[in-house]
Design a protein around this ligand. Structure first.
Ligand code: FAD
Length: 396
């Protein structure tokens, strides 16, 4: 048996994939996972979809407790990584325990951003954890008035699940159209229509100024002087890396940079998932991806790198979203596109969008066209290296 001890800080997807890969590749040393939540590691995408809508009664946990026992993964739940001492190769926990490691994976994910204007109200929710989903689900009932601040994908999915439950939903967005900056006005308009057709009240270009109420917010106030009455609020305005505990470790908590194999700037310390900024070979910059596929692959790749094996290629960013019975799939880098073409009929909820930079495809979005997305992904991957070269040239 190897004398090495691999410690994983975090108990989400990236952590889980790292542990699974270590055992699958035959690592027989100690593996310890430190999870802040008092839950077996679980998957987050169902939280805003089936779990909230009450239609997904299946467990969201990746594995049952027996799997961790059988695979000799020591699971420390309800304990937080608090500090890292790289010289001594020790991870300090909030319980007072100190774990020594031969390799450490930082996989503490992200936490939801909050709005100071709404601090202190008990009916203002985030949606990041299973506990958040349970608290929010308890507020949703037919006729209850839910306002969601932020029409990103999480906000939109919460809106879709809440109308399905019979809630009266208002979706507040500061921009003129949801996600139009990244996906284009046509897609932004289509998303807004999708929600309005399903009964969601869209308030676009709306700037939140504060909330009124005693303990519980009863009304949100907007910059144009109007107000929105509500029984509960969800704030979906993005996330920040859960990395403040790395202060003083030599890794910048503001930017946990990793290379293609997940190595940080500190020897023997790797990072994966939402907490890190992985090197994006297309744009040549480090970015946080905040999507399931990236966290899964980065977790597995870090395990391979720890074992001295060749890590898989850096995946293209990709995500899916389920709203009002429609699956939206996306792959690539629409942020570097200079044009896009919509094919199909958005009104029929069956279309695809190919985003290009010059004549090279760089991203694709598909609604009701899963197979087409696979072929568009291949096209984008094939042109990826040329795109990298082109961007490099445009910089010089
Ligand atoms: P996380 O899943 O956040 O896990 C990190 C874990 O570390 C958490 O359990 C946390 O409690 C723990 N932790 C934090 N700090 C510490 C500490 N100091 N010590 C120990 N443990 C700590 N992506 C998609 O591509 N498609 C989707 O449809 C989609 N839907 C989503 C819906 C919701 C509601 C949410 C919240 C996310 C969704 N995502 C989706 C994003 C996807 O789930 C994340 O990208 C993924 O979970 C990231 O995995 P991770 O392991 O990096 O972080």
């Amino acid at each position: 048996m190897s004398a090495r001890q691999i410690v994983i800080a975090g108990g989400g997807l990236a952590a889980q994939r790292c542990a699974e890969t270590l055992r699958r590749r035959g690592f027989d040393g100690r593996v310890t996972m430190v999870c802040a939540e008092s839950e077996l590691p679980y998957d987050r995408p169902p939280l805003s979809k089936g779990v909230l809508a009450g239609t997904d009664s299946t467990a969201v946990h990746f594995r049952d407790a027996g799997w961790y026992e059988d695979n000799e993964i020591e699971l420390l739940v309800g304990r937080r990584a608090e500090a890292l001492d790289p010289a001594a190769r020790r991870l300090e926990l909030d319980s007072g325990e100190s774990l020594s490691y031969s390799e450490l994976l930082v996989a503490t994910g992200a936490v939801a951003r909050t709005l100071p204007q709404l601090a202190g109200f008990s009916n203002v929710h985030a949606l990041r954890t299973l506990a958040d989903a349970r608290a929010l689900a308890a507020e949703l009932a037919p006729g209850s008035r839910l306002t969601i601040v932020g029409a990103g994908f999480i906000g939109q999915e919460v809106a879709a699940s809440a109308v399905e439950l019979g809630a009266e939903v208002t979706l507040l967005e500061a921009l003129p159209l949801p996600l139009a900056g990244l996906l284009g006005e046509g897609v932004g308009r289509w998303l807004a229509d999708l929600h309005e057709d399903a009964g969601v009240r869209m308030l676009l270009g709306a700037e939140l100024t504060g909330g009124r109420g005693n303990g519980r917010v009863e009304e949100l106030t907007l910059a144009d002087g109007s107000a929105v009455a509500c029984d509960a609020v969800v704030v979906g305005v993005g996330v920040r890396a859960a990395s403040t505990w790395l202060a003083g470790s030599g890794i910048d908590p503001e930017a946990v940079l990793v290379d293609g194999a997940g190595r940080t700037v500190v020897p023997h310390v790797y990072a994966a998932g939402d907490v890190c900024r992985a090197l994006d070979p297309v744009r040549g910059v480090h970015t946080r991806t905040e999507h399931w596929d990236a966290a899964s692959r980065q977790g597995a790749n870090s395990a391979l790198a720890m074992l001295g094996e060749r890590a898989g290629p850096v995946p293209l960013p990709s995500f899916w979203s389920d709203q009002h019975g429609v699956r939206i799939q996306y792959v690539g880098h629409a942020e570097i596109a200079d044009r896009h073409v919509i094919d199909g009929d958005p009104a029929q909820r069956e279309f695809s969008v190919l985003y290009s930079r010059g004549d090279r495809p760089v991203a694709a979005l598909a609604v009701g066209r899963a197979r087409e997305l696979i072929s568009m992904r291949r096209l984008i991957e094939a042109s990826r290296e040329q795109t990298t070269d082109e961007i490099e040239r445009s910089r010089t």
